[in-house]
Design a binder for this molecule. Structure first.
Ligand code: BJW
Ligand code: ZN
Length: 245
């Protein structure tokens, strides 16, 4: 286990020789931008019950409540700026022949930091989808005066994010699975690795011979399984590591 400056020579060697790299990110990456994580001591879900808010059943039962929760989170995200971790990941992209950023985050901060090859596993909070016809809307272009807003077809709009019990976007998931299977270096940053199927990606990479590195201030379900678990805040560890490459 290394922190800050003290990266092992094996770790640096693996990074320097890697050709194909996958980075998986979770809410911890945006924590240093002021966006609360889901679980953990300051997690969103200490205050809000996910079963009441992040499921289709909840939305059917009380769409206004769920919309208000997303409106609250959009306000938080709108005020937030990408942090040094987002920029370090964007810099990493240029250093390798093959690179894929797989994010569970719905906040769009990676793209704002310049990342281009990004797969969003759990959707994006700035997009809405009609429950009736499936039409996608940029949140900022919604003209409906109703709340919750309606599509031109009369259907109710929902945030285009993935709730519990829902399938992940097929193309995003298959790109992520393919990249995890064929990469030689896999970096898991700021995720508790509790939510499936994203949580299986580092293990899939490991099984296929990749060197797997985790960055997290707390131990997670995969810490004991990966090749190196770097215990620290992503914003302190990752820019430092990228600066050494
Ligand atoms: C730092 C830091 C710093 C802090 N630096 N780090 C039993 C077994 C297996 C699976 C299941 C099961 N029961 C149910 C399931 C399935 C379920 C699941 O996995 N549940 C588990 C909780 C058990 N999964 C699903 O339902 C998925 N769909 C599915 O399985 O479909 C099957 C299907 C197939 C075909 C047809 C139909 C269905 C969907 C999962 C969707 C998850 N959605 C959410 C909400 C998105 C929208 C929204 O934001 O509102 O996604 S849940 C929430 O968790 C969100 C996140 O993306 C996701 C992951 O959380 P993440 O990112 O790891 O955050 P945290 O808070 O957990 O962790 C933060 C970490 O950061 C911590 O470790 C901190 O220490 C660390 N940290 N500061 C670095 N500065
Ligand atoms: Zn519609």
């Amino acid at each position: 286990m290394q922190e800050g400056e003290g990266f092992s020579s094996q770790l640096l060697r693996r990074f320097k020789s890697a050709h194909s790299v996958v980075v998986l990110t979770g809410a911890g990456v945006s924590a240093e931008s002021g966006i609360p994580t889901f679980r953990g001591k300051d997690g969103l879900w200490k205050k809000f019950n996910p079963q009441e808010l992040a499921t289709m059943d909840a939305f059917k039962r009380d769409p206004r409540l769920v919309w208000e929760w997303y409106e609250y989170r959009r306000r938080l995200i709108q005020k937030a700026q990408p942090n040094p971790t987002h920029y370090a990941i964007s810099d990493l992209e240029d250093k390798f022949g093959e690179f894929l950023l797989v994010t569970q985050n719905i906040d769009g901060l990676h793209q704002r930091a310049g990342s281009r090859r990004v797969v969003e596993l759990h959707g994006n909070i700035w997009r809405d989808r009609c429950l009736r016809c499936g039409k996608l809307y940029d949140y900022r272009e919604i003209e409906s005066e109703e709340f919750p807003p309606k599509c031109g077809c009369g259907g109710t709009l929902r945030p285009d994010v993935v709730w519990f019990g829902e399938a992940l976007p097929q193309e995003a998931l298959s790109s992520a699975l393919g990249a995890a299977q064929s990469c030689d270096l896999f970096l898991s940053v700021g995720t508790s690795a509790l939510v499936q199927p994203a949580a299986s990606l580092p293990l899939l990479a490991l099984r296929n011979g990749a060197f797997v590195v985790e960055i997290n201030p707390e131990p997670t379900t995969i810490s004991e399984l990966v090749n190196q678990s770097l215990r620290g805040k992503a914003g302190e560890v990752l820019p430092n590591l990228v600066g050494r490459l």
